[in-house]
Write a protein that binds this ligand. Structure first.
Ligand SMILES: [Zn+2]
Ligand SMILES: [Zn+2]
Length: 216
């Protein structure tokens, strides 16, 4: 059984995702802010947090992670190591955005393409999804056909590419080669806004529609 609660966090309304199995073994993906609210939810459901996962190093995805790591006494997995400078510069980046400073930290484990993360009886495959940030990864739960892909692909939109080592061509290539190879009914849970499916985005996403017309 797959359970999911989205908690919108930070000034950026980031979709912090709490996921748990039938024995209440849980993970928190992208604890971006509002640690107290996340803790309150976890305790209200009597979940046992097993690990913390991170898609990428942008502040709206990581500001509450170190706090929760200590609170729950668990380890942090992800992103890919290419995002390390973003973790190390977190205090300065908070200041740039006019937010209260959060101390820098690094995850316990960097992740790579092909790695697998187990949370209770849920298994997440890791894919490297660069373009929005260099070390961006996604967590793919193949049994339930749902992926947590941060700021790569949104409903009718894509992630911005004007931040640290962003790259538009690379992002489009990532979406086509790592996401559009999934089944049409595969659910994408993005870092912001509504969830969507691969089929929906193949049909309607203006950034990814085939740019030429059929002869008919
Ligand atoms: Zn981002
Ligand atoms: Zn974001």
């Amino acid at each position: 059984m797959f359970n999911l609660q989205i908690i919108p966090v930070s000034a950026f309304q980031q979709n912090c995702s709490v996921v748990w199995d039938n024995q209440k073994r849980a993970t928190i993906i992208d604890a971006g802010d509002n640690a107290e609210q996340i803790i309150q939810f976890v305790e209200s459901q009597q979940l046992h947090v097993d690990k913390l996962l991170i898609t990428h190093g942008h502040l709206d995805h990581i500001m509450a992670v170190d706090r929760l790591r200590h609170y729950f006494g668990v380890e942090v997995y992800g992103s890919h190591q290419a995002d390390q400078p973003l973790f190390e510069q977190l205090p300065q980046i908070c200041t740039q955005y006019g937010l209260p400073t959060v101390g820098s930290f690094v995850p316990d484990h960097w992740l790579n393409e092909g790695d697998e993360i187990q949370v209770g009886n849920l298994v997440f495959q890791i894919r490297h999804l660069p373009g929005h940030s260099p070390g961006h990864i996604g967590f793919f739960e193949m049994q339930n056909k749902i992926a947590f892909t941060g700021d790569v692909l949104f409903k009718n939109s894509i992630g911005r590419t004007d931040l640290y080592q962003g790259n538009f061509e690379q992002l489009i290539d990532t979406i086509r080669s790592k996401l559009f190879v999934l089944d049409d009914d595969f659910i994408i849970m993005p870092g912001h806004g509504a969830h969507t499916t691969i089929g929906q985005e193949k049909r309607a996403n203006p950034f990814l529609k085939i740019s030429h017309y059929d002869e008919t």
